[in-house]
Design a protein around this ligand. Structure first.
Ligand code: NI
Length: 172
């Protein structure tokens, strides 16, 4: 297994369209294991394949480190996922491993039901609210080339761009 470099905004791979996974072989299994290891190494709760430069519809989520009273959700592997249903709306703080040192409140559905394939290619459905709903929507957005900053109001988007430019100027 290997830890991969996480691509950072504004890397174009984060905006590119991802392709469906249609081969469930050893190389896919290796990629999934690498993604899980990379997510843990970065202390993230989710990672999409395009964040390590692989434009495939594949994401991993593990919110167990943030769950109170012991983990209820083991690591989730989402392949070719789609949102089937969504309800309500909630505004909560969000961040992303591809946009370090920036978080902002984002409006999302409060509950979602998602259909995906598991690592063996078997279809399954998962539904969730709270952090799980947020993570599911955030990762599926990644696979559609969307970052959480794309969902901010024009005003907050400007704040983000200004802060990002400043950070770039400081590290240059
Ligand atoms: Ni992210």
């Amino acid at each position: 297994m290997a830890i991969h470099e996480i691509r950072k905004y504004p890397d174009p791979v984060l905006k590119a369209k991802t392709g469906r996974v249609d081969r469930f072989d050893e190389s896919l299994e290796r990629l999934i294991k690498d993604m899980i290891e990379t997510m843990y190494a970065a202390a993230g709760v989710g990672l999409a394949a395009n964040q390590i430069g692989v434009p495939l519809q594949l994401a991993v989520i593990d919110i167990s480190s943030r769950e109170e009273g012991g983990p209820k959700h083991p690591v989730i592997v989402l392949i070719n996922p789609e949102i089937l249903e969504q309800k309500g709306s909630v505004v909560a703080d969000e961040g992303c491993l591809s946009i370090p040192d920036f978080s902002e409140s984002v409006k999302r559905s409060a509950w979602v039901k998602v259909r995906a394939l598991d690592r063996a290619g078997k279809p399954f459905e998962i539904e969730g609210e709270g952090l799980l709903a947020k993570a599911l929507q955030h990762e599926i957005d990644h696979l559609n080339g969307l970052l959480f900053v794309d969902r901010l109001s024009p005003l907050k988007k400007n704040i983000f761009r200004r802060r990002w430019k400043k950070a770039m100027a400081e590290t240059a």
